[in-house]
Ligand binder design. Structure first.
Ligand code: F6P
Length: 357
């Protein structure tokens, strides 16, 4: 295809909408405005140290984490880019403790927008890839102010999800429940162009991603899986594995959508009040929806992540996603009965030595 004649995100969405003749224009307006927010954020990220947006102002967010300047700027861009459009009933974000109410001066719509405006923000100052993640849900059909409860829907109820990755190129990767498509931002036209149609995660992989510095806190099924990968050709898997960890989930997810792999940020024992690091509503669910739509799988280790009914807006969860056969194997390890403690052979009842008391 003549690269100048690639279809734009706008054309793609208009053609998708033809499948639903009853649909108004709200859904497409929402996605196009989210895309515009991502373009704005991409400009800020690309300016780097020249833009005066590096580093932190020292504020701590609702998660107890140090907020980067770009966390705040990106959140404002998402809020101000979407509050006026008349398609939203409310918004929720990693950077806002409570749901955002649509100001009374604007009309209200029926969708809910949930987002992490700047994922992987510890990578900003070192010029590595970061991203924005978003999820779209349907809201209640009434005019009362939105509450956290409106957002507590399992991921299977998402009507759209996606992310923008701000890397060597800026890309928007999107699902509206009909496969996954990737759009590259054309710097000349300022438009997202369809460059990666119908992305598919290969079911098998030889690559895994995990922050191994947490290994002492992992649960046995995760330790087992990683040890087997590390054992390589001479271990039970009979082949060598490669490891990657970018510490920006969007970037890790993007690599997996491009060439397969498995990502684990599992539940661990670091803090019993916090089962996992990643947030269910605006990290795990949208990435889970994308993975499922691309033929991959996303799981807590025990159940598909998109089947979990959230209990709070900023709930954290263990997350494992990527190539289907690997994720299924990790799930089998979680569901297997714990291995029996075998007595040390040298210390059995009838052995040379008595077991120590
Ligand atoms: O939730 C934010 C995040 O930055 C993810 O993008 C990333 O995968 C993870 O945290 C990195 O965590 P850690 O610093 O523990 O490796």
């Amino acid at each position: 295809m003549n690269p100048d004649m690639r279809i734009t995100l706008t054309q793609f969405l208009i053609e998708e909408r033809r499948r639903f003749p009853e649909a108004g224009g709200d859904f497409n307006s929402l996605l196009l405005n989210v895309a515009l927010c991502c373009k704005r954020i991409a400009r800020k990220v690309a300016a780097g140290a020249l833009g005066g947006t590096m580093g932190s102002d020292g504020a701590i967010n609702v998660q107890g984490e140090l907020q980067q300047k770009l966390d705040v700027i990106s959140n404002d861009i998402f809020v101000e880019g979407n509050n006026w459009g008349g398609y939203l009933a409310g918004m929720a974000s990693e950077e806002m403790e409570q749901p955002y109410q649509i100001p009374g001066c604007y009309p209200r719509g029926r969708y809910l927008l949930v987002f992490d405006p700047m994922d992987g923000s510890s990578n900003i100052d070192v010029n590595l890839s970061v991203g924005s993640i978003f999820s779209v849900l349907r809201g209640a059909d009434d005019d009362r102010p939105v509450t956290a409860a409106d957002f507590l829907q399992p991921g299977v109820r998402q009507v759209a999800a996606g992310y923008a990755i701000y890397g060597p190129t800026t890309m928007l990767v999107l699902t509206v429940g009909n496969g996954v498509n990737g759009f590259t931002l054309c710097p000349q036209l300022g438009e997202f162009m369809l460059t990666h149609a119908r992305l598919g995660v290969p079911p098998d992989t030889g690559e895994f991603a995990i922050n191994a510095s947490n290994s002492r806190f992992w649960e046995p099924p995760v330790t087992r899986y990683v040890n087997e990968c590390l054992a390589g050709r001479t271990g039970p898997r009979g082949r060598d594995f490669n490891m990657r960890w970018i510490a920006s989930m969007v970037a890790d997810a993007h690599r997996i959508l491009m060439r397969g792999g498995v990502f684990l940020y599992p539940r661990d024992s670091r803090n019993s009040a916090v089962p996992g690091r990643l947030r269910l509503l605006y990290e795990a669910n949208p990435i889970g929806f994308l993975m499922e739509q691309a033929g991959g799988r996303a799981s807590t280790g025990r159940q598909p992540v998109t089947s979990v009914t959230p209990t709070s807006l900023h709930q954290r969860i263990g997350l494992i996603f990527g190539s289907r056969h690997e994720v299924e194997l990790i799930e089998r390890y979680h569901n297997a009965p714990p291995p029996q403690e075998l007595p040390e052979p040298l210390f059995c009842e009838r052995s040379l030595f008595r077991a120590p008391a």
